[in-house]
Design a protein around this ligand. Structure first.
Ligand code: ATP
Length: 596
């Protein structure tokens, strides 16, 4: 299948802001796409070559891409550079220079027909794969040669997308859920198979291989999929409530409660052939590199030949064994000096779940069984323990445990259902887990995590800087981002200076299809970066779209006096932001408190 077909799909997606239209475009493409190709087409559409958890990355530096464009179009590098400064996008530069070159070529028609038949999706994918895999000595020259050849074979429009893909700036913004919808309709005729497809995705975190399996083996094969060590599972998440009584009522009068540690979630995998356990973050990236000590600690403490377990990595003060704030642990999230940092900020693990043990899939077992399987396999020590737990059936006991958790440096507690339905629900935020955090006790002293969807230029002292961010909450039912405030305080001078560079790669020419906003910022951004914000209160608002009609017809909700806490939530994806429903709930709770 020709790459130009995919290019046509990208162009159509880029021209619409409607999610249903995007789904239809993908459905029609998936129906035409040969089954053995669909996985690769799905990855390419996501702007990648492999599932997210694969450490191999395509990201080619801008300088090298300029060289490739220069070689492929026989244009001096200085000219490529000049054009880049004018157009601001390397894809556009490649397209412009290739169009110019092709117009001038006397062999134009011959060259382009030969090129277009070569430019299949297979060819583009395997060329990019070779680029990604060339590592080490001489790799830059090899990447240069491979990419320049690929661009020579491309039409101008193909070159635009090839360049955007290699530079990590494809920015089609097609949500995983939209791809799942389209696969269900294209391969099964309706959305009836959607649930099975989504479960397969939640268990494997690999859209490409789900698409391939669906088209080659059918939906029943997907139903037989089990979690496998080495492939991260999309994590189970918690709902939130703000009183002990509400939690107990929701849990049917009895539940387990655990400390909610304020660290970094880790899914730890160990399987046949592994020399040591592998760690995946909440966003399913491999984080082995950051925490070699954690891998050693787990290796020594867990007695099982094959497992997937979950826990929170926390920083501890080695002299007192007390938990340290989250910020201390973040010193560990760096590329260099890993060993030095491991000594300065030793990590410790608090385990809370087992998804696979001795090769057996435990995800359909109730929580109490999973936890006891975990306890059996683990030898606890100062650096690795099970999460502190208690079983409660009355509010005063729950409150006492909560106070305990707070005084021991935790964020709060997580209540967990003990009923027969308390299976591990991969990828779902549900009521089987309920978080109860300290901050909910006061009005809006609770932080929220919001997605940056646009930015505004500063004035006066801040002229020339992007100094205010348009922030949105995530609306799950509509898979959209709805604005809730503009935030311009809490940023340090360094934050302001680096703001442009930080957001450059997310700039898009118009409002993103999934963003619902009445305000028009100076620049629109692809919803991606999540930041933590603290506000004074939530108010009704005529200008923000979050919670429209939920409290009062025609009004949305806004966060008043929002302030950036300094926490760039790089561990969260846009869909992990605080939801619209949570903001509405917080507004209602706040009203309750004020009237109390
Ligand atoms: P938050 O920003 O509040 O951590 P989140 O969206 O990352 O929220 P939630 O599912 O809402 O995740 O809250 C659960 C999070 O709490 C988990 O992702 C995990 O990192 C952390 N955590 C700490 N202790 C526990 C525990 N005992 N059981 C489950 N999760 C825990």
């Amino acid at each position: 299948m020709l790459y130009s077909e995919l290019v046509e799909v990208y162009d159509k997606i880029g021209a619409t802001t409607k999610r249903l239209e995007i789904t239809d475009i993908l459905v029609s493409f998936f129906k035409r796409c040969p089954p053995d190709l669909i996985g690769r087409a799905v990855y390419l559409t996501q702007g990648r070559l492999y599932p997210e958890f694969e450490p191999l990355e395509l990201g080619v530096a801008g300088r090298l891409i300029m060289k490739c464009i220069s070689q492929a179009t026989a244009t001096p590098e200085s000219e490529v550079d000049r054009l880049y400064k004018t157009l601001g996008d390397l894809g556009d530069v490649a397209e412009a220079l290739l169009s110019k070159g092709k117009r001038q070529s006397t062999l134009d028609s011959f060259a382009s027909s030969a090129a277009s038949s070569k430019m299949t999706i297979e060819f583009v994918y395997s060329s990019l794969d070779a680029v990604a895999r060339s590592q080490g000595e001489g790799s830059q020259e090899k990447k240069l040669r491979l990419l320049a050849d690929l661009l020579r074979d491309s039409s101008p429009r193909e070159a635009l997308y090839v360049v955007r893909t290699v530079s990590g700036a494809l920015r089609l913004g097609v949500a995983d859920m939209t791809i799942l919808d389209a696969l269900a309709v294209a391969c099964c005729g309706s959305k009836s198979a959607r649930e099975a497809i989504e479960r397969a995705y939640n268990v494997t975190s690999d859209l490409g291989s789900v698409a391939t399996m669906l088209t080659t083996e059918g939906v029943d094969a997907l139903k037989r999929l089990h979690p496998t060590p080495g492939r991260p599972i999309r994590p189970m998440l918690a709902e939130r409530l703000s009183t002990a009584d509400e939690i107990l009522e929701k849990m049917g009068g009895r539940c387990a409660i655990e400390y909610k540690y304020d660290g970094e979630r880790a899914q730890i995998h160990f399987g046949a052939g592994d020399a040591f356990p592998h760690l995946f973050s909440r966003r399913l990236e491999n984080i082995d590199h950051h925490y070699p000590d954690v891998s050693d600690i787990v290796n020594a403490a867990v007695n099982s030949k094959s497992y997937i377990i979950e826990g929170e990595i926390v920083a501890i003060d080695p002299s007192t064994s007390e938990l340290l704030p989250f910020q201390e642990l973040m010193h560990r999230r760096r590329k260099y000096d890993v060993e030095k940092m491991a000594l300065a900020y030793p990590a410790s693990v608090r385990l809370f779940d087992a998804l696979v043990m001795d090769g057996e899939d435990l995800t359909s077992m109730p929580y109490s069984e999973r936890r006891s399987r975990l306890a059996k396999a683990v030898t606890e020590g100062p650096q690795l323990r099970l999460a502190e737990q208690s079983i409660v059936s009355d509010a005063p006991s729950l409150e006492r445990f909560f106070e305990d958790a707070i005084s021991n440096g935790c964020e709060g507690i997580i209540a967990k259902s003990l009923g027969p339905e308390s299976t591990y629900n991969a990828g779902a935020r549900g009521w089987l887990w309920i978080k109860y955090k300290r901050d909910y006790k006061s009005e809006m002293h609770d932080t929220v995590d919001l997605v940056v969807v646009g930015a505004l230029m500063g004035t006066g002292k801040r002229a020339g800087y992007l100094s205010s961010l348009l922030l949105a909450a995530y609306c799950e039912p509509e898979d959209a981002f709805k604005t809730v405030c503009k935030c311009s305080t809490g940023f340090t001078d360094e934050d302001l200076k680096s703001m442009k560079a930080r957001f450059e790669k997310y700039v898009i020419p118009h409002r993103h299809a999934r963003v619902d906003s009445k305000l028009v910022p100076d620049v629109w951004l692809l919803p991606s970066q999540v930041i933590e914000v603290l506000g004074a209160e939530i108010t009704l608002s005529p200008i923000h779209t979050c919670g429209t009609d939920a409290i009062r017809k025609g009004s949305g909700l806004a966060i008043r006096f929002p302030r950036f806490t300094g926490n760039w939530r790089n561990d969260k994806g846009a869909e992990d932001a605080t939801t619209e429903a949570e903001i509405v709930e917080m507004y209602k709770k706040q009203l309750k408190k004020i009237s109390d």
